[in-house]
Design a protein around this ligand. Sequence first.
Ligand SMILES: [Zn+2]
Length: 562
Amino acid sequence: MRRRLMVATLAAAAALAAGVQARAKAPPADRVFLNGRVYTGDPARPFAEALAVRGRDLLAVGSSAELKTLAGKGTDVVDLRGRLVVPGLVDAHLHLLGGGLSLDELRLDDAFAFAEVAKRVRSWAQANADRHWVTGEGWTYVAFPDGLPSKVQLDAIVADRPAWLVSYDGHTGWANSAALRIAGVTRASADPSGGTIVRDAKGEPTGALKESAMDLVGRLVPKLLPHEKERALKRAIAQAAAWGLTGVHQAGIDDEELELVARALEASPRLRVFAALPIEREPTAEALARQDALRRRFARGRLRVGAIKGHVDGVVEAETAAMFEPYPGGGTGLTKWTQAELDRAVAAYDAAGWQVMLHAIGDRGIDMALTAFEHAARANGTLGRRHRVEHLEVPRLADLPRFKAGGVVASTQATFPYPNQNHLGVYLSILGAERAHRALAFKSIDDAGAVQAFGSDWPVFPADPIRAIACVVTRTTIEGTPKGGWEPAQRLSVEAALRHYTRDAAFAEHAEQERGTLARGLAADFVVLSQDLFAVPPERIQDTKVLLTVLAGQDTYRAPGF
Ligand SMILES: [Zn+2]
């Protein structure tokens, strides 16, 4: 008995010693961030002071005093000096290639004086000396004294290569002499049907081409080459990191872009991309097998394929979003499916284990998407697919509880309520007062208990989450208009806005067990900001700078001077 006790005591002592030894041997943290204000996103413990990182993961989240002890000889210790740390931001709906290309595009939209047009074209041409064509869009007729531009004006800016610039409304093109020469447009050319080659008094083409005559030059503009697209993707990835994004959801990706994104992320693994493949109208066994092979090939790593993306309807501005009540111009919009077709396709994907993302903007389109998701869950007996309605701009308020009930994610765009002239004038007047009141109603969506993931739809709006958070918290422009905000009852708290950009976005890609909040064992994805979003007045949120973006423990962006 006594002996046995001895043995037991010895074993316990040995185990204790081994435990202490194991602890002593545990390698110290690679990096420790102290003295910050850390928003964890974890409801049980929303704020902390410090983070410790080992490898790709968070070793600990807690007080500075506790975490200091995790630093060893080689540990990089960073004093945050009270700055705010938030989980890595995730944009739940964008288009990377389009976004990257938009960074380099020549835009003339708000150049209302000819001198400004000339300046922008000249500087773009200089910055893009390797491009065989100078191309751009967005010029307005008021910038030209005669109401139309001429080749003489453009030759004076770009003489070494063809130049082709399209008006903001897409109805007129502006060519220089080199472009007209390549297109073979001369005084002898006849006007194509439905178009006009604008000519001077002597019959000489002026360089302005209207409507179908635009094709004469437009069809010659070279398509982007794969290496140009890859360069644009790399730019997009770098810009995303600079905006504080550690992840993005690509809403629809074709085969070519999928390969290009994979290659760009191999070269520059600075972003997590969750991609959705385009929906097949008739998901045959063959089509499902092909898509499943891509899902298995991109199951882990920086690029993951995990969803299917489709469109139910169009957009408000073109009066093609599907509505229950008519638009001012008549009609109730368009749907790309009958309910039966949509139900069938969604159920087939749901049965194959896919999450389905459906673009639906009008109240009738949103009802169709929800109905298809409800049908699939019933037909297959599935739960937890986390299907998503994308955009969800003008729901019937009575339909909002269907999101929580069906486990459907509300994927909204935080910059869409930006109340500029276009929003207040065009968008709201097309909707009419009753619909405008329930459009982009983010607070109502939250109050209905839905998981709401925020995105930008970049390049529609820049994927800058700070700008987006400022927008949803104030519902004003950066100039502070309209006073008090558009539909101020729909303003969100900073906490809610951050949650939609972090935890909810992670949930929307089935990744909340790995990231989206800051806690021991989760991925070390986080962002250091220049000021405390929770403390500054709402109108100053827009001044916040991203100082550091960390993805899986590695810096993907560091502001100069930090
Ligand atoms: Zn989109």
